[in-house]
Structure formats: C-alpha cells, structure tokens
Design a protein. Structure first.
Length: 223
C-alpha cells in the first residue's frame, strides 16, 4: 500500500499559519484546568476526609460519578445542554474550560486524598498538640508535604490532561488538533496533517514525561 506522502506539506508555514494558534489554546486550557482542577480537587479531597457524612457523601458521589463518565460525553453534555437551560450559547472555549476543571477535579481529588493520607499521623497529632485548628494543620503541615509527595503524579495527570484537550475538537474549539485538521483540508493532505499531529503530540508529551521522571528522582533524593 502506497500512502504517497507529500513531505513538502511539513513546512514552517503549516505551524505558523494553522498550528500555533491551536497549540496556544491547548496549553492555556491545560494550565487553567490544572490549577482549577487542583483547587477544586483539594476541596473535594478534604470533604471526603472530613469524617462528616454531609460533606463526604456529596463529594464521593461527585468524584465517582465524574470518573465513571467519558470526558467527551461531559464536554458534549455541557456544550449542548447548558445553553438550553440558561437560554443563550456559552461558546466552545468557555464550555471546554468549565468542563475540564469540573472533570479533572475528580481525578486530582483522588491524587490529593492519597497524598494527604500518606502524611504520617504523628505530624497531624503534633500540629494538634501545638494548638492548631483543623484548617491550620492542613494548610501549614499536611498540604505542603502532600503537594510535594504528589507533585510527580500531579504533573503526570497534567500531561494526560494535555492529551485530552484534543477532545474539544468535538465541539469545534480551535485546539492544536483542529489546526492540523484545517491545514489538511486546505491543502488536501489529511494523512500528512494527522501524521504531523501525532508526531507533535508525541514529542511534547514525551519531553514532558522525561522532565517529570527527572523531577521524581530529585524528590526521591531529597527524601
């Protein structure tokens, strides 16, 4: 089978005219979703560890519910149903940001919960002995150590999040994959476009994974 690949398709103009705009949106969406997801996920983790049913039960239902639904379904539901409820369109970009924060919070919640539970109970008791409240103990003693312990896992989840940003293609948002797809249509070379997209995604994710491994080794040495 001869694919007849046109290597002249892979030029700087391809990236400057079509891809960079989409890459910028993918990176911004990744950063916003990571920060928002970690903040909301930390709140959910604390709710699940509070020992109070009125906090634990809703957080558990939310986390397990989100983790049981494919991300693309959540994106489509939010993009299609919310405008019907509020009576006006909200746009693909806003839908993507809200959906990713809400969805990724469920995964970051489990990471943070594991990180908090990894802190020796003796340190928690020591903070209580010093007269710290629950909030002070979490903010000053537990969470800083949990973040450090879970940093490699958090960054790995962020890489997965970056890969998942390609799903906003389903609602028409202009991400990096969309840029390649438009270039392929304009030049009539869809095979080359998707091949280039795969290579770029691989290079970026592999480089980020390598950096995470280096960071994990440094954290292990500090311990």
């Amino acid at each position: 089978m001869n694919l007849n690949i046109d290597w002249s398709f892979f030029t700087w103009e391809l990236f400057s005219n079509f891809v960079i705009k989409g890459l910028y949106f993918s990176l911004v969406l990744t950063v916003i979703a990571t920060v928002g997801g970690i903040l909301l996920g930390t709140v959910l983790a604390l709710m699940r560890l509070s020992g109070k049913k009125w906090l634990d039960v809703p957080a558990t239902i939310y986390v397990n519910g989100m983790r049981s639904i494919p991300l693309v379904m959540v994106i489509l539901w939010f993009f299609l149903l919310v405008p019907m409820i509020i009576g006006r369109p909200i746009g693909a970009e806003v839908s993507a940001v809200v959906t990713f924060i809400a969805f990724e919070a469920a995964y970051f919640s489990e990471i943070m919960r594991a990180g908090i539970q990894s802190i020796p109970r003796g340190q928690v008791f020591a903070g209580q002995a010093l007269g710290m409240t629950y909030g002070q103990n979490m903010r000053l003693v537990v969470l800083p150590q949990a973040f450090r312990n879970m940093l490699p896992v958090l960054l790995t989840q962020t890489i997965i999040l970056f890969q998942d940003t390609s799903l906003v293609y389903a609602i028409g948002a202009y991400d990096m994959l969309k840029g390649f797809e438009i270039a392929g249509k304009n030049y009539g070379r869809p095979i080359e476009a998707y091949l280039a997209a795969a290579v770029v995604y691989f290079i970026l994710c592999y480089a980020l994974s390598w950096l995470v491994k280096r960071l994990h080794k440094k954290i292990a040495i500090i311990r």
